[in-house]
Design a protein around this ligand. Structure first.
Ligand SMILES: Nc1ncnc2c1ncn2[C@@H]1O[C@H](COP(=O)(O)OP(=O)(O)OP(=O)(O)O)[C@@H](O)[C@H]1O
Ligand SMILES: [Mg+2]
Length: 385
């Protein structure tokens, strides 16, 4: 039976109505360390939102606050318009799937899934129906009588998911649920989980520090740093229009060059770094100062760098008047990435430039050869340092 058939069963709906979520100025400190710092966020009912950020940025703490396992120092949490920040976890219409699946080892799969329903006094017959629906949903019906130790990591993960979904949460919280799985299984589960979310319509808040996972699964991604949301948007918005050097560097690779503004006019911004002269024709974000001498970071994506064999081989001395948006250097490394090649170029001023080109572009690949890197003015982003 497919998930859609199950949904059509009006007597046993799989999910309650999806919930919206609103965080307002949410703050939580442990001693003097602020784990979640004034976070405000609105998630639509039925949305798949990822919290993405490096280790320690406050993702789990945010999820624990929503789930009720921690209480905020300040701020509010609304689910479907109702304030829940003072309710205990079991009174909130949310369930959490943790990183460590936290299955009871001595209980059979079916009893693990039934546990929460038994605890809240749901009638026996209804429990049996709901457990069997939840196991069907994650394609684990055949494993109902096994113990967790007799399952693979991916199967345990599915049971953890069934155990959360059996409660029909309005919002499902998932804290790095796939981090224990190997890459291939993880990619398969990503597709399955996304499909399941679409078909159930449940609101998902998904925590990960894996940018590819976040970008491929989510309707929107909230990029976190030091307890704050740096930027929130669709995958293409955070990738194509990062608003800070941090987001640009965290989502995808980036060549970053600290420097100072040398000129600023309607045609764009020119930046001088130790070894490069860069010009950007992109509109800058409001926080970049429009003044000569201001310290900024210029950033270029590896896929925006063109690499050609240098016309004049052997240019290893620093170039006093560097050409704009181009630099000559030595090809230090070449690695294959499926259909593209990744090149590392070392410049006379000790800058390392990463370039990613389609194999079909036929870039120079002889290590030690002298090459020229160049890029267009609209590939250069300027951020405040
Ligand atoms: N119970 C606690 N007591 C003290 N400090 C804590 C506690 N829980 C979290 N922290 C601190 O709060 C900050 C945020 O932690 P959190 O677990 O939310 O990060 P995270 O983004 O989930 O990181 P990871 O990707 O490593 O799981 C960290 O600096 C962490 O050390
Ligand atoms: Mg965490």
């Amino acid at each position: 039976m497919s998930i859609i058939d199950l949904r059509a069963d009006a007597d046993a709906p799989l999910a309650s109505a999806p919930g919206s979520l609103q965080l307002r100025s949410l703050t939580k400190a442990y001693g003097t360390a602020v784990a979640v710092d004034n976070v405000s966020l609105t998630v639509q009912a039925g949305e798949f939102l990822s919290l993405l950020g490096p280790s320690g940025c406050g993702k789990t703490t945010t999820l624990r606050l929503i789930g009720g396992f921690e209480f905020p120092d300040d701020g509010s949490i609304q689910i479907s318009g109702r304030n829940v920040e003072n309710l205990p976890p079991h009174k909130r219409p949310v369930n959490t799937v943790f990183q460590a699946y936290a299955l009871f080892p001595h209980m059979k799969v079916a009893d693990n899934v039934a546990y929460g329903l038994r605890l809240s006094g749901v009638p026996k017959a209804e429990i049996a129906d709901r457990v069997s629906l939840a196991l069907d949903m994650v394609r684990m019906t055949a494993f109902a009588a096994r113990k967790p130790a007799q399952l693979s990591g991916g199967q345990q993960q599915r049971i953890a998911l069934a155990r959360a979904l059996v409660n029909r949460p309005a919002v499902l919280l998932l804290d790095e649920p796939m981090s224990a799985l190997d890459r291939k299984l993880r990619e398969e589960m990503q597709v399955e989980l996304k499909l399941l979310q679409r078909e159930l319509g449940t609101t998902f808040i998904f925590v990960t520090h894996d940018q590819e996972e976040a970008l491929s699964m989510s309707d929107r991604v909230a990029v976190m740093k030091d307890g704050r949301i740096e930027q929130i948007g669709t995958a293409s918005t955070v990738y194509d229009s990062p608003e800070s050097a941090f987001v640009a560097g965290f989502i995808g690779r980036q060549n970053s060059f600290p420097g100072t503004i040398s000129s600023f006019d309607s045609a764009g911004v020119s930046v001088r770094t130790a070894g490069l002269s860069l010009h950007s024709s992109r509109p800058t974000k409001g926080s970049v100062p429009a003044s000569g001498g201001a310290e900024v970071t210029a950033a270029i994506r590896p896929e925006s760098v063109t690499v050609t064999a240098a016309a004049l081989p052997g240019a290893t001395a620093p170039v006093p008047d560097a050409p704009v948006n181009a630099v000559t250097g030595t090809l230090l490394g070449v690695s294959e990435l499926g259909h593209s090649l990744q090149l590392v170029i070392h410049t006379p001023n000790d800058d390392q430039i990463l370039a990613r080109l389609p194999r079909a572009a036929n870039p120079p690949t002889e290590l030690g050869s002298t090459v020229t890197c160049s890029w267009s003015a609209d590939a250069v982003r300027i951020f405040t340092s």
